[in-house]
Design a protein around this ligand. Structure first.
Ligand SMILES: [Fe+2]
Ligand SMILES: [Fe+2]
Length: 216
């Protein structure tokens, strides 16, 4: 039987988000204020999700695991402190962009972003192959589901919408339909409509209709 993979949705969303940011940064004219503002708007979304994910993982993955297997969590907690610091430094450099930088300066930021991306991808790969499996070993699917409900309960609606924006295009239609069916039955209709509005802009018409046809 397929086990619940708590880390799979956010990690797919973050791979998508970081890939998009690096892709856009690579073709940005850093001397154009308009292009730089476009890049900064994406950077604000991506760094918000990165920060949110680490905090969520500390509280709803590593903290519960700590009570079962304390030796397992320390390296991840240390990595998270380093990652938070790297993210903050990089994000501040994005925020400082105002069109007065040269394209060589922009290229240096682009390369540092790609370097961070490489480091981050290694981090979440380690989580996917080791931490996810340990969570499945220590908790039942019902308990893992309770963690997910607790995460959703604490999250602001704006942040939830942002997660949908990056996660939905990165997952299979059946996975999306399952999550969206659950959301539809639990959330007020305007909230569900707001989610549909967000994801419609991120998908092809065919992808969007496929998911819609599978939602119950
Ligand atoms: Fe992490
Ligand atoms: Fe993670």
């Amino acid at each position: 039987m397929n086990r619940i993979k708590s880390l799979d949705p956010p990690h797919k969303g973050l791979r998508h988000a970081l890939g998009k940011l690096a892709f856009i940064a690579g073709k940005t004219d850093f001397t154009s204020l308009e292009r730089v503002e476009n890049l900064k708007a994406i950077a604000k979304e991506v760094f918000h999700l990165l920060k949110d994910h680490t905090a969520t993982e500390n509280k709803f993955v590593l903290a519960p695991l700590e009570s079962k297997n304390p030796a397992f969590t320390q390296d991840y907690l240390t990595d998270h402190v380093d990652i938070d610091r790297m993210e903050q430094q990089l994000f501040e450099r994005f925020l400082a962009l105002d069109g007065t930088q040269t394209n060589d300066e922009g290229h240096a930021l682009y390369l540092d972003l790609c370097n961070f991306q490489a480091h981050y991808l290694e981090h979440i790969n380690e989580e996917d192959v080791a931490l996810e499996v340990e969570m499945q070993k220590q908790f039942t699917d019902e308990e893992l589901m309770q963690h997910q409900i607790a995460i959703m309960g604490e999250m602001s609606f704006e942040t939830l919408l942002l997660w949908f924006k990056y996660i939905v295009p990165a997952r299979r239609p059946d996975e999306n339909a399952q999550v969206l069916s659950g959301f539809k039955s639990a959330a007020p209709a305007p909230a569900f409509d707001a989610v549909l509005d967000v994801i419609k802009n991120e998908l092809s018409e065919h992808e969007f209709q496929t998911i819609l046809s599978m939602i119950q």
